[in-house]
Ligand binder design. Structure first.
Ligand SMILES: NC(=O)c1ccc[n+]([C@@H]2O[C@H](COP(=O)([O-])OP(=O)(O)OC[C@H]3O[C@@H](n4cnc5c(N)ncnc54)[C@H](OP(=O)(O)O)[C@@H]3O)[C@@H](O)[C@H]2O)c1
Length: 245
């Protein structure tokens, strides 16, 4: 798919990995619907960055994806502003420490709602628009830990496993017009609070013995959107070999 002029909705794109994904699509001349929840100033900065990078149109859209009505409202707002949606990248995610002995039902509900339910319903809400060109695609940003959960982040890991299942379910439900694929990042950008010692341990646990970059995830998104025209229901790891280490 030629990305020039295409409308790309990237959830959670005000900061960190989502921001780099949005900028990568913008560099190809795509128009960017920049979703955020709490990071309003960063989202506005991203939109200014997109416009100066490529001159492409961009706009911010706020939605709390814990709210069950938010996916449809978000898709409607993007279509009102841009006239359609060509690519959906589900990158927004909740990542909270929830030790086994103290994880609550609310912890489960929040992670499942934001990380699995919202991407599914966003794909459903965007589907009529994604279908129009016969080239539309959905990219779900999951996690290697959806296959190999680690302790203390149970609801997060389970929500990413649910997202991997939802991704295949969407691939079946939206075929043949829309391709749906998942990316499974490894440690590409440490949480803001992680110290250097911990980062070294995390890097050491990968086969490649180093941390990845958000740019590697963004390149995988471009590949799935631009070139992977015979891939749907696929899982693409960008994890330095962490999943099989
Ligand atoms: N970083 C890594 O090394 C790594 C590793 C494996 C997988 N991943 C996956 O890659 C993706 C991006 O990673 P990241 O580290 O950039 O993610 P992140 O910083 O943990 O979260 C990305 C964004 O999600 C948004 N978000 C959180 N709760 C939300 C809610 N209730 N409604 C709407 N948006 C909400 C936040 O937006 P606001 O700031 O606007 O509130 C946040 O900036 C995620 O899906 C993550 O699970 C990342």
């Amino acid at each position: 798919m030629n990305l020039k002029g295409k409308v790309v909705l990237v959830t959670g794109s005000a900061r960190r990995v989502g921001r780099v994904i949005a900028l990568a699509f913008a560099a190809r001349g795509a128009r960017i619907a920049a979703h955020y929840n709490t990071s309003a100033a960063e989202a506005r900065k991203l939109v200014a960055g997109v416009k100066s990078l490529s001159g492409a149109d961009a706009e911010v859209f706020r939605a709390n994806l814990f709210d069950a009505a938010a996916p449809q409202k978000l898709a409607d707002a993007v279509v009102r502003r841009f006239g359609g949606i060509d690519i959906l990248v589900n990158s927004a995610s909740l990542y909270e420490r929830t030790p086994f002995s103290s994880a609550t039902a609310e912890d489960w509900d929040r992670h499942m709602a934001v990380n699995a339910r919202a991407p599914y319903y966003l794909a459903q809400a965007c589907a009529p628009w994604l279908k129009r060109t016969g080239e539309g695609c959905v990219i779900n940003i999951a996690d290697w830990a959806g296959h190999r959960p680690y302790a203390d982040f149970g609801p997060y890991c389970a929500s990413k496993a649910a997202l991997l299942c939802a991704s295949k379910l969407l691939a079946k439900s939206l075929a043949p017009e829309i391709r749906v694929n998942a990316i499974l990042p490894g440690p590409v950008l440490a949480p803001d609070a992680m110290g250097e010692g911990e980062k070294r341990k995390v890097a050491e646990a990968t086969l490649l013995k180093r941390l990845g970059t958000p740019e590697a995830v963004a390149r995988a998104c471009l590949y799935l959107a631009e070139s992977a025209d015979y891939s749907t229901g696929a899982e693409l790891t960008v994890d330095g070999g962490r999943l099989i280490a």
